[in-house]
Design a protein around this ligand. Structure first.
Ligand SMILES: [Zn+2]
Length: 300
């Protein structure tokens, strides 16, 4: 039995086929058809059937995609592929591929991938965090993704940055209409905005990290502010779900010093005399979305 995972994104659709032990057997990608719901369904279905024909076996199917399926209506919402919004994508795909299909968002897939056989393997509670263009998260408990009645468990990016300092209030405005959200500080664009605000230097997040690594004091100071904010934001999460492991993904997760510095800073914000939570870098990186989708489909 194959574990087929599909990462349905705004620009490409990728499929992976895993063996039950996690070995990658096949991977393909196609461009996402633009503004055509039926064409998207046909593309996903074609990838599934082609993979099965090529490997001579059938599989379970999981899908990772931005947005979430409303438990109340069964319709997808919040997708950046807007032609998928307000559509019953799950039953429509199930009808086409002829079996049950499981769908969750990309942050949940990331968390599930890392919890199943990645950086969080063996842990009871895993919080997977995406620090990229946006900030998202997913919670996996004993190998299963938590969803909840609103299908938003783990979505911490639009919570406020906790324990804000005077110069962090009200904070940058976000697209959802709030001010001072975690995402506006801890996303890639967030660190760039903060660096520009303090230094008047329009550097990319990648440039800031690279220059800090060779001793640039202004970039080092920007990263120090970032680390201290990440420590506060994660301390807040530790107080609520007390994860064994927090796994970081997304572009900012490649800044190696975070794994050393942030755990040294989160202690004062955690309501405990000691903090045994591990902060770990992702194992599968960009592949975690599609791998997590594959594991999702195989779950009972
Ligand atoms: Zn927000």
């Amino acid at each position: 039995m194959l574990r087929l995972g599909v990462d349905l994104g705004g620009t490409k659709i990728e499929i992976i086929a895993l063996a039950p032990d996690g070995r990658e057997l096949l991977r393909r990608r196609v461009p996402t058809p633009k503004d055509d719901y039926d064409a998207v369904l046909a593309a996903v279905t074609g990838l599934v059937h082609d993979a099965e024909n090529e490997l001579g076996a059938v599989g379970t199917v999981g899908i990772g995609t931005p947005g979430s399926i409303s438990r109340a209506t069964g319709l997808l919402r919040g997708s950046n592929s807007v032609c998928l919004n307000s559509k019953p994508i799950q039953p429509d795909l199930e009808a086409r591929v002829g079996r049950e299909v499981r769908i969750t968002n990309d942050a949940n897939c990331f968390a599930l991938s890392e919890a199943t056989d990645g950086a969080g393997v063996g842990a009871e509670i895993v919080f997977g965090v995406i620090l990229g263009t946006g900030v998202g998260g997913g919670i996996v408990v004993r190998g299963h993704v938590l969803t909840g009645p609103n299908a938003i468990a783990g979505e911490w990016g639009h919570n406020p940055l906790p324990w804000p300092r005077d110069d962090e209030r009200p904070g940058p405005r976000c697209f959802a209409g709030h001010s001072g959200c975690i995402e506006t500080f801890l996303s890639g664009p967030g660190i760039e905005r903060d660096h520009l605000r303090v230094t008047f230097d329009a550097a990319t997040a990648h440039e800031i990290a690279a220059r800090a690594a060779i001793g640039d004091p202004a970039c080092d100071a920007t990263l120090k502010r970032y680390e201290e904010r990440l420590a506060r934001a994660l301390g807040h999460v530790i107080n609520i779900i007390d994860p064994d492991v927090i796994v970081l993904g997304g572009g900012m997760s490649n800044v190696e010093r975070l794994y050393v510095n942030v755990p040294k800073l989160w202690g004062p914000w955690v309501f405990s005399d000691r903090v045994d939570t591990r902060l770990a870098k992702h194992k599968f990186g960009d592949s975690s979305g599609v791998r997590g989708a594959a594991w999702l489909g195989a779950q009972g």
